[in-house]
Design a protein around this ligand. Structure first.
Ligand code: GLU
Length: 377
């Protein structure tokens, strides 16, 4: 835990709380995002760090699990204040991160600009350019083509596989996307490009609904200009809660944790839930959804596209050899399809739901690695 004093635009100094939790490094260097959100605390970051361990293991990546964050509402800070905060936070955690040690990336409330500042601060302190210290960077300074859309694209690859299991094709499917941010927007764009009807999307400003399918190309242009989906014309405006109850093939919660819970799970009508966010479904809700026969594609599989392409980015950085976007996308598809098949088969053999199957196969790999490495004493 670190204190992050930041000189604000009005000259005052404000102190924020920052965290980096390193959960497990049996499979390789620690890896996981940095979250800026006003509700970030140690226990949330610790839970998310452990999810990264399980995600990286499941996806067969040579990486451990970590997560970081600062308790701050980034929308309330100016660009200069955000830069000051990011630079001071990076200096505070610099002894613990590094291309061979622990590699941060974007998460909720952070983006490629945040990573550019982190890279620069870390590199200034080491005296040379350390492109491999963070992933999710701008392409101009060592980022990977396809990283920005990767989590959303992975959500759509997982969706295709899940739909196949219920005898549907994505081009005939209806999808509702909760959260139109870095994950949900790209999931909507990729789903729309594959011919799916994205009938509803939401963000903090509200939810949109059009049973004929929303024009996602236009909506993403609109959001790039205005930031929020509010007031997008020629669609119905519904509440964020109503979006979760729509009778759709796929519901993709792509924002924060705990949105589908004991109190509302019984109202969810989607046949498939694809968890674009980390932890959007609570344990109690999982049981309700399972009893309704709803297929839940768990977060560590469904949103793994981000860290998979982060891994590709890190590999490109340390080998100084960059790939085309097509190569990134087809390699990502291969990883997600393979992991999906592994989880589905495990679930089928052991008669468990996908979340247990994903956790179990992930833990099996970790267990093998830990036993092979043996005990240190
Ligand atoms: N924050 C993303 C996640 O939760 C990406 C992590 C990464 O790329 O290291 O998976």
């Amino acid at each position: 835990m670190v204190s992050v004093p930041v000189k604000m635009d009005d000259g005052r100094v404000k102190v924020f709380s920052g965290y980096r939790v390193q959960h497990n490094q049996m499979l390789g260097p620690f890896k996981g995002g940095i979250r800026y959100h006003h509700l970030v605390d140690l226990s949330e970051v610790a839970a998310l760090a452990s999810l990264m361990t399980f995600k990286n293991s499941l996806l067969n990546l040579p990486l451990g699990g970590a997560k970081g964050g600062v308790q701050v509402d980034p929308n309330k800070l100016s660009k200069a204040e955000l830069e000051n905060l990011t630079r001071r936070f990076t200096s505070e955690i610099a002894p613990f991160i590094g291309p061979d040690r622990d590699i941060p990336a974007p998460d909720v409330g952070t983006d490629s600009q945040t990573m550019a500042w982190m890279l620069d601060t870390y590199s200034l302190e080491s005296g040379f350019s350390q492109t491999g210290v963070v992933t999710g960077k701008p392409v101009e300074i060592g980022g990977s083509l396809g990283r920005e859309a990767a989590t959303g694209l992975g959500v759509i690859y997982a969706t295709e596989k899940a739909l196949e299991k219920i005898g549907k094709r994505i081009s005939d499917a209806t999808i509702a996307v909760q959260g139109f941010g870095k994950v949900g927007m790209y999931a909507s764009i990729e789903g729309y490009a594959k011919g799916a009807k994205v009938v509803a999307v939401s963000d903090v400003s509200g939810a949109l609904y059009d049973p004929k399918g929303i024009n996602i190309a236009e909506l993403s242009r609109y959001v790039r200009e205005r930031k929020m989906i509010k007031d997008f014309p020629e669609v119905q405006h519904i509440s964020n809660e109503e979006l979760l109850y729509l009778d759709v093939d796929v519901l993709a919660p792509c924002a924060l944790e705990g949105v589908i819970h004991a109190g509302n799970a019984k109202n969810v009508k989607a046949k498939v839930i694809v968890e674009g966010a980390n932890g959007p479904t609570t344990r109690e809700a999982d049981e309700v959804l399972a009893s309704k026969g709803c297929v839940v594609v768990p977060d560590i599989l469904a949103n793994g596209g981000g860290v998979v392409v982060s891994y590709f980015e890190w590999v490109q950085d340390i080998s100084w050899l960059f790939w085309s976007e097509d190569e990134v996308r087809s390699k990502l598809r291969e990883v997600i399809y393979k992991a999906f098949d592994k989880v589905w088969q495990f679930a089928d053999t052991h008669k468990v739901h996908m979340r247990s199957a994903a956790m179990a196969s992930s833990l099996l790999r970790l267990e093998r690695a830990m036993k092979l490495r043996g005990q240190a004493w």
